[in-house]
Write a protein that binds this ligand. Sequence first.
Ligand SMILES: Cc1cc2nc3c(=O)[nH]c(=O)nc-3n(C[C@H](O)[C@H](O)[C@H](O)COP(=O)(O)OP(=O)(O)OC[C@H]3O[C@@H](n4cnc5c(N)ncnc54)[C@H](O)[C@@H]3O)c2cc1C
Length: 444
Amino acid sequence: MPTSPLIRLRERISGEVVLPGEPAYPDLKNGFVHQGQPAAVVRCAGTGDVQEALRCAREEGLPVAVRSSGHSNAGLSTNDGGMVIDLRPMAEVELLDRGQRLVRLGSGATWGEASQVLGRHDLAISSGDTATVGVGGLLLGGGIGWLARRYGLAMDSLVAAELVTADGAIVRAGADSDPELFWALRGGGGNFGVVTAFELTASRVPGVFYAEISYPRSEAAAVLKGWRDYLRTAPEELTSFAYLYPSFGGDPMPLYLAACYAGDDPAGAERALAPLLALGPVLTKDVTPRPYLEMLGEPGPLPPGLVPVVKNRFADRLSDPLIDKLVAETDRLETLYVELRSLGGAVAAVDPAATAFACRGSEALVMTVLLSNDPGPEAEFGSMWSQLGALTSPFGYGNFLSSATAADVAAVYPPATYHRLAAVKARLDPDNVFRSNLNVPPAG
Ligand SMILES: Cc1cc2nc3c(=O)[nH]c(=O)nc-3n(C[C@H](O)[C@H](O)[C@H](O)COP(=O)(O)OP(=O)(O)OC[C@H]3O[C@@H](n4cnc5c(N)ncnc54)[C@H](O)[C@@H]3O)c2cc1C
């Protein structure tokens, strides 16, 4: 009896091919946010497995989704009827050279796993804010987290990447080896191949100080304006986020500021954090030294069926009207969550043309999440953004989007970046095999 190509693939790889109906399938078919029904999830144990999986998908005409740890907000790492190339088993974290702080990360590792190993050596890599998020998707999109103002985006620590391209070739991209691809990988997402491993330079981070402060909601706009003013002169060691939580119909939630001081000297931390405590009446405060690993939280499960609507834009200037509007909208829309992430510092110090992450000069990222899929709030969310757009940059961050339309892509890559990415794409993936991403079709 003839066997299916997906079953025959089992004989050619050392990882697993998981098919619908098999016991492991229900746990592997979905991403963190989105559900899928792929024809197969190929759990790759090494680069050879990735090559074989890709060859099989191409021969069978199966759409490919690449997964590191599955946290895509837009559901890009699963699909219906295609193949998921799952890199999660390739999760090695190796300190290659302690003196040079050179680190190799398998692209299926999570940031929690990376930070745990590196923390033993007083090292860390600027990442995000969540332990279970994967190295692959976050690095290829940018990576905005707690160390951003001190050490830049996560991808700013990248030295080289190894990938399997659409034709099955193994390619290394770095400053000395295909520098144009190296440029494209830093911000251009999964457009160019399956990255199997990353090499990065870690930073010396023996510890950090974490502060979480809450203020009455009635003071939110005034506190945010004071925060914005302070950010313009704050030391680079300080990266801070502001949170306006949804009320879900109950009492308004306080405004929260959370900050990471990237240093272990208590006097420096106290000096940097003191202005935050003077921004308004403080309801609660918690300031603690901790290892960097403990800065990374774990997201709770989403309520069944809820797919958050996520949209963002950079704010070149966090203006008074923008702050007033965000506060007013969270008062009005009870399922709206707003998060502001401070930028500048090391993020802005990189030449905008040096990587495919071109929007370097903003003072904050404005992220909004609608925690409702009802048509009414969704329509209000849309009309809110049509007004907010006049107060923000036209460009945003690709990893905080719950959709990946051509309009989304155009709002992530300014035209010069887009055309340069399309040229790299034409060279490496002329058939657009890797299109489950913020897709940049091949030029021409
Ligand atoms: C709870 C949560 C917290 C988050 N916090 C932050 C944060 O603090 N900072 C921040 O910057 N972002 C954050 N994000 C966004 C996050 O960066 C993106 O969702 C990212 O894509 C997740 O990475 P992943 O590897 O888990 O994604 P996956 O879902 O596995 O992959 C997403 C996409 O990335 C591409 N990709 C992934 N791995 C590879 C690879 N090895 N080779 C080629 N392409 C690949 C593919 O196109 C894939 O479809 C968060 C997301 C969530 C859900």
